[in-house]
Design a protein around this ligand. Structure first.
Ligand SMILES: Nc1nc2c(ncn2[C@@H]2O[C@H](COP(=O)(O)OP(=O)(O)OP(=O)(O)O)[C@@H](O)[C@H]2O)c(=O)[nH]1
Length: 293
């Protein structure tokens, strides 16, 4: 069997579940998911590898009518991400109706040369009857089969994967097996923060600390906003890391920030949060996300 690979972008209006789908397929929580729309600002790569081939996902911001510059920027990001793409996955929300934003994206995409796979998400929120009805309605609208899935419950996503592999061209393995994202810098930032904690706190505290960078955002003025969680195993450790009047956390933050700024050659805003997570060392998922596995 020949190895297949290619770039797949996931498009759809805000809040339809684009990030959730990519995360479910990759099996990790890479992108920021929130119940508020427009949490995804930049296109993010996530990499799915199996024996048959490799899919590189580009997550895009939700497309809707532009109301301001940021909206326009995000739209640009979404449409730009179509260059060099093999397949477009257009996500529709089955639990609502075909809206004007769906229509707008549909019209834009119709003229694109890429293969489009239509997906109807959130079927876990629908009755069987509605599912059949809406699937038919959407299929008629787009003139081809629409795949019903629940990204949240990982339902029927294997059908989607099969469909993607059916359409992907033969190609090389672009990234190593165990790489799930190209966002290596997150790991480096986390290590820089952890190192400061290591030097500035004492006794058993540093060994029970894990740092996870949750968000990296390049802002309009070219500086970076970085949000990281510092996980500790005990409440008393949280107190030590925060320090009297927050002094210790400020010190950790300012030292780490300077180092990250040196690396990025730009101004950085570092937003640190301390959280107690008992037995984080036993939590498989967390360890994986931190690159320990
Ligand atoms: N019930 C249900 N909820 C879902 C499903 N997929 C996503 N959601 C929820 O829908 C909300 C939006 O999900 P996201 O994955 O952030 O949506 P998105 O399309 O990436 O949103 P933007 O980044 O704003 O464009 C979250 O509250 C998800 O939990 C699904 O299959 N079923």
């Amino acid at each position: 069997m020949n190895y297949k690979s290619g770039f797949v972008t996931v498009i759809g209006r805000p809040n339809v579940g684009k990030s959730t789908l990519v995360n479910t397929l990759i099996g990790e929580k890479i992108n920021i998911i929130s119940p508020r729309p427009q949490t995804t600002r930049n296109s993010i790569k996530a990499i799915y590898t199996e024996a048959e081939g490799q899919i590189i996902f580009i997550d895009t911001p939700g497309i809707h009518e532009a109301r301001n510059e940021l909206d326009k920027y995000m739209q640009g990001e979404a449409y730009n991400s179509l260059d060099g793409i093999d397949i477009i996955i257009f996500i529709l929300d089955g639990s609502t109706y075909w809206g004007k934003n769906d229509e707008m994206i549909y019209k834009q995409l119709k003229s694109s040369k890429q293969d489009i796979i239509y997906v109807m998400n959130k079927i876990d929120k629908m009755s069987n009857k509605d599912l059949i009805k809406r699937q038919k309605e959407y299929s008629q609208k787009v003139g081809q089969e629409v795949i019903p899935i629940s990204a949240l419950n990982n339902k029927n996503t294997d059908t989607l994967l099969t469909e993607i592999f059916n359409r992907l061209p033969e190609g090389p393995q672009y990234y190593p097996d165990d790489m799930i994202t190209d966002q290596i810098e997150r790991f480096v930032f986390a290590e820089m923060i952890r190192e400061k904690i290591f030097y500035l706190t004492r006794e058993e505290v540093p060994y029970g600390v894990a740092v996870l960078v949750e968000e990296v955002k390049e802002r309009d003025n070219d500086d970076y906003y970085i949000r990281a969680n510092i996980y500790v195993e005990k409440k008393s450790h949280k107190g030590i890391i925060i320090g009297k009047n927050g002094r210790m956390l400020k010190k950790i933050g300012s030292q780490a920030r300077k180092e990250i700024e040196g690396l990025m050659q730009t101004k950085v805003y570092l937003d640190l949060w301390v959280k107690v997570l008992k037995d984080w060392r036993e939590k498989d998922n967390l360890l994986k996300r931190m690159g320990y596995k």
